[in-house]
Design a protein around this ligand. Sequence first.
Ligand code: FES
Ligand SMILES: [Fe+2]
Length: 334
Amino acid sequence: MSPFARGRIPLSLRRAPVPWDRQEPTWRAAKPSLIAQALKRAQSRPSGNWYVIGASRELPPGRTLGLTVGSTEIVAWRDGEGGLRAGPGACPHLGAPLRESPVRCGTLVCHWHGLALDGGPFAGWEPYPAFDDGVLLWVRLDRTGGEAPTERPRVPVRPRLREGVDAVYTGVGRCEPEDVVANRLDPWHGAWFHPYSFVDLTVTDAPDAAAGDDDGFLVEVSFKVAGRLVVPVVARFTAPEPRTVVMHIVEGEGAGSVVETHATPLAPDERGRPRTAVVEALVAASDRRGFAVARAVAPLLRPLMRASAGRLWRDDLAYAERRWELRAEGRFPG
Ligand code: FES
Ligand SMILES: [Fe+2]
């Protein structure tokens, strides 16, 4: 019987823990050229100039969100209907930082001299197209992206929100977006580099340069729950656009769940080194009855989900930062 047959208890007990150094090395399969090609294909796909700027839940009405994407300072807030508004972060009058300005009934009121922005063009201030997909917030920056703009971002297929539990993790690394994407396009590091989370990882299908656009990595892996208790799943990794890698759980507990990793370039640090925000959305689905309970306790689950993503990303950002350092010094192998 398939380990993924319906109704089966999703947790498995490994017969014996595998000592870390006794697992199968993956480095031969994880060919640098293969990862480089997957990265190149991701980078050749259109993004429509859309950038993820944060989590929907983290921008309630009455607040502002300010950040610098590339070299563009932006401010975002919600209008009177709760719609997302965004535009340049400097006041068009004398340049006040609008991220520090209060929002009154959906209108951003500059705290230096009271200029009021309702989200429409005003006094030289031109809004940026903005989109709230219900989990993440996006802004379209045509000058930064330089591609042909699209009306909407490419939002990955997700479980319907009312049936899922979502959580968003945000971190910042000293690297470029491609380093974050390259880390995600190397699924082979999972059980070696994150032995606290993964075991029994096998990449069963890797994209083939000849396969064209419809490619992805298929990975069989078990998530460690506690001790020898694991949840085996099959996951598929794809890169729908240059700054996004999506992992869909295609078999096993939580099939249909999705983890989306978005990399957004930020302003460089004081030493001119690049910085990139990682915004990772996890939308978990399950047809198990226990999941109704999970939904009810979602506010409690969310910090847990964020914390486990945080632990993985501490390591993955170290990987991405190391990759950038080596590239900057011309020492990157492969
Ligand atoms: S700087 Fe904003 S109103 Fe003067
Ligand atoms: Fe990782």
